[in-house]
Ligand binder design. Structure first.
Ligand SMILES: Cc1cc2nc3c(=O)[nH]c(=O)nc-3n(C[C@H](O)[C@H](O)[C@H](O)COP(=O)(O)OP(=O)(O)OC[C@H]3O[C@@H](n4cnc5c(N)ncnc54)[C@H](O)[C@@H]3O)c2cc1C
Length: 444
């Protein structure tokens, strides 16, 4: 018995869920995907967070295969299953890639001696795709799903979900859409909406730690010896209160990206592939995970809000100016001459970032040739409580939270959430049709 499925959000999680379903014989015409962004042919590069493949579609396309990074997965399904789900996500990106042989794998095996006096290195395999290829992948993937009969509503925002009477309301139509099953995959751009639903329906949740810092940028030459060991190097320090790491490194043709959440500007980064885009820069997040803060979500929002000026985030450098986007536009950032405002707002936590930069300076010898975009944040809203076997809400078993909406923080984990839910829906369908489905093998 196939049910009508509505997927809110055509991001990494939603698209992987739909793909798993139609790959395994689910009737695509019963799947409605609604997204407030644009289809992959019309989405503009500055639309960083919305549209086909969501934030993942305009991201750097680093596919990290690790159960200790990028959010929770093994907690729900165990280590082995988590790795197998992430492999399926990587495989999907490979499958729709116009030149899969150009996907690059960085798989560090050993910590280099030169970092040891100051840092440890977190090691896991990372496949790198590059933003420009992601755009092509998004188009191929979209046409596959359309061919399978999946319905897409673009530039349509879901404004309300009635969990009881099972319908969604849209901003551009008076006609609600009903569902039997709903996959809630709104990512970071829908975090506000997720919060409203959690409040309205009194969904039980668990608080998450604060993840905040800056996006660091410098000429790549200083970091080349590190990049040769690990493309997406994760330098790591920690004490009882704070762990701090480099995160989401972009190289060669590396651009800082501007994100907007809750009306505030924060930063991220991505890299293109191809010599024509080369700018010989490296950028990465320096992110702290801070434990023990009361109301961590509100704390982060407040800090981010105070690190704005003239509707922009901040940029500090002893010698450099903010760069340009990959489209050649100036990066929206207000250049500050000293770090007083940042120190005031972040308090003692700024010392961790500063000391991390000083330690890097000793090892990589970049002197004053660096800059930081402030702030970078991973908003981890309280994680709603879900049934571990299929990520459905405890009180509403036909609503599934996935991806960044369930505190993921990366492409592979978000995509894996989507596939995990799809497997449960397939098990349900085939159970009713008296076919045994074990989650991995069914082909038609
Ligand atoms: C610049 C940048 C670079 C990144 N680089 C990497 C990287 O290299 N590797 C990595 O692992 N992760 C990276 N990330 C993070 C990664 O992209 C996300 O973790 C991932 O995309 C989350 O997937 P998701 O499906 O949960 O949400 P998303 O991919 O964000 O998709 C959510 C979708 O929901 C839609 N939506 C939201 N609210 C509504 C609504 N009310 N109605 C209708 N539609 C709605 C949005 O338009 C969006 O398309 C990057 C993020 C950014 C911004």
């Amino acid at each position: 018995m196939s049910k009508k499925i509505v997927i809110v959000g055509a991001g990494v999680a939603g698209i992987n869920a739909a793909t798993k379903l139609v790959d395994n014989g689910y009737d695509g015409s019963l799947i409605n995907i609604i997204d407030m962004g644009k289809d992959p042919h019309n989405r503009l590069p500055e639309e960083v967070m919305e549209g086909m493949l969501g934030a993942g579609g305009w991201s750097d396309g680093k596919l990290v295969v690790s159960t200790s990074q990028g959010g929770q997965l093994s907690k729900y399904c165990g280590e082995t299953k988590a790795l197998s789900l992430m492999d399926q996500v990587v495989e999907n990106f490979r499958r729709f890639h116009p030149k899969p042989e150009e996907i690059f794998l960085s798989n560090p095996q050993e910590e280099p001696d030169f970092i040891k006096p100051k840092f440890t290195l977190r090691m896991s395999p990372v496949w790198h795709i590059g933003s420009n290829f992601l755009h092509e992948i998004a188009k191929n993937w979209y046409s596959y799903l359309v061919d399978k009969g999946v319905n897409f509503e673009w530039e349509t925002k879901v404004t309300f979900i009635d969990f009881k009477y099972e319908y969604v309301e849209l901003d551009n139509s008076l006609e609600p859409i009903s569902y039997d099953e709903l996959i809630f995959a709104v990512g970071k751009s829908g975090i506000d909406f997720a919060q409203h639903l959690a409040k309205d329906y009194e969904l039980p949740d668990e608080p998450k730690s604060v993840q905040i810092g800056v996006r660091f940028e410098a000429p790549q030459k200083y970091f080349q010896k590190m990049i040769d060991v690990s493309y997406d190097f994760k330098l790591y320090q920690s004490d009882d209160k704070v762990s701090i790491r480099s995160f989401c490194t972009n190289n060669n043709a590396a651009y800082v990206a501007v994100e907007e959440t809750y009306g505030d500007i924060t930063y991220n980064g991505h890299a293109k592939k191809g010599e024509e885009f080369r700018n010989n820069l490296t950028n990465f997040g320096i992110i702290m995970e801070i434990k023990g803060i009361e109301n961590p979500f509100e704390w982060s929002r407040n800090v981010v809000n105070q690190l704005q000026r003239d509707g922009k985030g901040l940029y500090y450098s002893p010698s450099r100016k903010p760069g340009t986007t990959s489209e050649g536009k100036d990066i929206s950032a207000y250049q500050i001459q000293d770090l007083q405002q940042v120190r005031q707002v972040m308090g003692e936590y700024w010392d961790y970032v500063e000391s991390f930069i000083l330690d890097m300076k000793e090892i990589f010898e970049f002197s004053n040739d660096w800059g930081v975009y402030i702030p970078e944040v991973k908003y981890l809203s309280p994680e709603v409580k879900v049934d571990y076997k299929n990520l459905s809400l405890v009180q509403y078993p036909n609503i599934y939270f996935v991806g960044d909406a369930l505190s993921a923080r990366g492409i592979t984990v978000s995509g894996a959430h989507g596939i995990y839910v799809a497997e449960s829906l397939l098990r349900d369908k085939y159970h009713h049709e008296d076919i045994w489905y074990d989650g991995d093998i069914i082909s038609f």
